[in-house]
Design a protein around this ligand. Structure first.
Ligand SMILES: C[S@@+](CC[C@H](N)C(=O)[O-])C[C@H]1O[C@@H](n2cnc3c(N)ncnc32)[C@H](O)[C@@H]1O
Length: 220
């Protein structure tokens, strides 16, 4: 299996996406898929040999949109001079919102190499810099003041590992905010409601036309 080169990743993104703003985030521009099926099929054929995961980075997920909206709607002092981790960054929308809102630095943790390329392109498109952490950060020291997590509770083993790691950091005084639209493996306890948004979604992606995106603070 030959790993995908950075040039191939950039090429794939540019050929299979268009620049658009997520429905809840008109101030952001991202390379996004316009329809699901073509990019999913293109991923399977073009990227399969390189063992690349599905193109989650090509969509602005409802949980991430709600969290990014909350970041942009909060007073700038909340983020100014803070070091922020965007865990499971995908397109990078949450981290980009945090940089636009005045964060000192944003580190994006993302294990998909094509998503990492997309984060680079999307950051440039919005005139911000994002530091990439390309490995699994769970069980490592994130070295930040705030952890933002957009739509990561879609898979049981991942959600359980992630929540356990996040709770340790919440216990150490790091603020942990999760944006979630009611995914199956969202933590069932130890959450404080911060904000709610109605997020328009596509029928094709979510099987409904809108989802309630909730921003939760994870308690230790
Ligand atoms: C549903 S998408 C959410 C993307 C973005 N936060 C949003 O809300 O649009 C989940 C993302 O998490 C990434 N991911 C999965 N496991 C991860 C891990 N252990 N560390 C970092 N990223 C991970 C996937 O590659 C994918 O891009």
């Amino acid at each position: 299996m030959t790993p995908l080169s950075s040039d191939q990743a950039y090429d794939f993104i540019l050929r299979n996406t268009a620049i658009a703003s997520p429905s809840l985030l008109p101030e952001l521009k991202l390379h996004l898929a316009t329809e699901i099926t073509p990019i999913w099929e293109a991923s399977e054929t073009a990227l399969e040999q390189a063992n690349v995961p599905p193109p989650f980075w090509a969509f602005a997920w409802a949980g991430g949109q709600a969290l990014a909206r909350h970041v942009l709607d909060s007073p700038r002092e909340r983020w100014a001079n803070r070091r922020i981790l965007d865990f499971g960054a995908g397109s990078g929308l949450v981290g980009i919102a945090a940089m636009l809102a005045g964060a000192r630095l944003v580190r994006a943790a993302e294990i998909d190499p094509v998503a990492c390329a997309a984060i680079g392109l999307n950051a440039r498109l919005n005139g911000v810099e994002i530091e990439l952490f390309r490995e699994d950060m769970i069980d490592r020291d994130p070295a930040v003041d705030i952890i933002l997590v957009g739509d990561m509770c879609y898979e049981k083993p991942l959600a359980e590992r992630l929540t356990a790691w996040l709770r340790i950091h919440a216990g150490r005084g790091i603020e942990v905010l999760m944006g979630d639209p009611g995914r199956t493996y969202k933590p069932t306890h130890g959450l404080a409601l911060v904000a709610r948004y109605d997020v328009p979604t596509s029928l094709e992606l979510e099987d409904r036309e809108s989802r309630e995106g909730i921003v939760w603070k994870l308690l230790p």
